[in-house]
Design a protein around this ligand. Sequence first.
Ligand SMILES: Nc1ncnc2c1ncn2[C@@H]1O[C@H](COP(=O)(O)OP(=O)(O)O)[C@@H](O)[C@H]1O
Ligand SMILES: [Mg+2]
Length: 394
Amino acid sequence: MRRSSRYGERDYAFGQMIVTLRTSIGLTQAGLADWLGVSRRAVAEWEAGSSYPKLEHLKRLIALGVGEQAFAVGREAEEIHALWYGAHQKVLLDDRWLQRLLGQRHPQLTPVTPLTNEQSIIKHAQEPRVDWDDALAVPTFYGRERELATLSRWIIEEHSRVVSVLGLGGIGKSALTVSLMHQVAAHFQVVIWRSLRDVPAYEALLDEVLQVLAPRPLANLPDSREQRFSLLQEHLRGQRTLLVLDNLETLLEEGETTGHMRPGNEGYARLLRWMAETEHQSTLLLTSREKPGELVPLEGSRAPVRSLRLEGLDVLAGQQLLEERGLVGSAQDREHLIERYGGNPLALKIVAGTIVELFGGESDHRGITGSAGHTPATCPGARSPGGVAPPLAD
Ligand SMILES: Nc1ncnc2c1ncn2[C@@H]1O[C@H](COP(=O)(O)OP(=O)(O)O)[C@@H](O)[C@H]1O
Ligand SMILES: [Mg+2]
């Protein structure tokens, strides 16, 4: 961590910039520290103006700020330049990197705001309406070109009606799905993202989706569940909609390779079957740790129901992720680490944070297998003796 210019003199202006950015992102000091892989004290010191972030932490912070739209719209580059200048970096801000970062956002897509029906019809003719505020920001995304190509082919060219992204916790299902959603959004009239992490009641989800598809006062929705479902079907047939449901495993019985819906989730099961079996022009994209049992009999290589089981990141992407987290050391040591954690990005993030904290980022042999209680080998996600990475909480 670099000290501010003159010992004992605080750089309040810089501290204020960090506080403003962090609060616009909506994180606590601990949350930001966690995200950046630094100690909470480090963040507190930046905010107190007594030290400046290292290059990689500053870049990651900026990327997060861009992902979370924390900079003033239209003035992002200007504000980022000011932050960089204020952070007394030894190197100049890489404009190409900044342009790429700002280019990854999709300003042409408009978030859903309450619209009259007439307005919404006009909008459909021009550009997709999106309601993806709940989707997590993925500030940096490495690799996965092959998976993105396969998934977008299924969705755009083959018009798959249900696409599942399956895999262990932390393997990158949500991150991949967010990236995919941005990539294919322009092919849809409406894009909706919802996480099922908190297990919303089916009726509540149905109402929310209907509000996006056909904004109207709640009182004007039909009373019965049956009628609301019919209305949903009508809209999914009429408007090409991408509905993304993240964390579907929360609806399934635990401990089965093919998950069956828990009692009480029959509404969701019916929605899944309808999406898969019926002719319409929309797509349901879901992530889950296990494959929902409803889809098994419907799946096939030419069928409109597809699933992709996600494996770990490849070595190159894993290396990029570790570098971004501030890991130094030889490429071979990093490769060893990637292999050991099965390329699981969440496990790699956690272990990189630990190494940076304890060993200053040196991923040498001691860093990987050292005997201290907190060695990465004891981190969650470390491969068990059987060689299988246990699921991680995400
Ligand atoms: N391809 C990737 N490049 C960079 N970071 C990634 C990538 N895939 C996942 N991550 C990061 O790894 C962590 C776990 O990924 P996530 O998508 O939440 O996993 P899952 O949804 O499978 O539990 C997140 O912090 C995410 O941003
Ligand atoms: Mg997830």
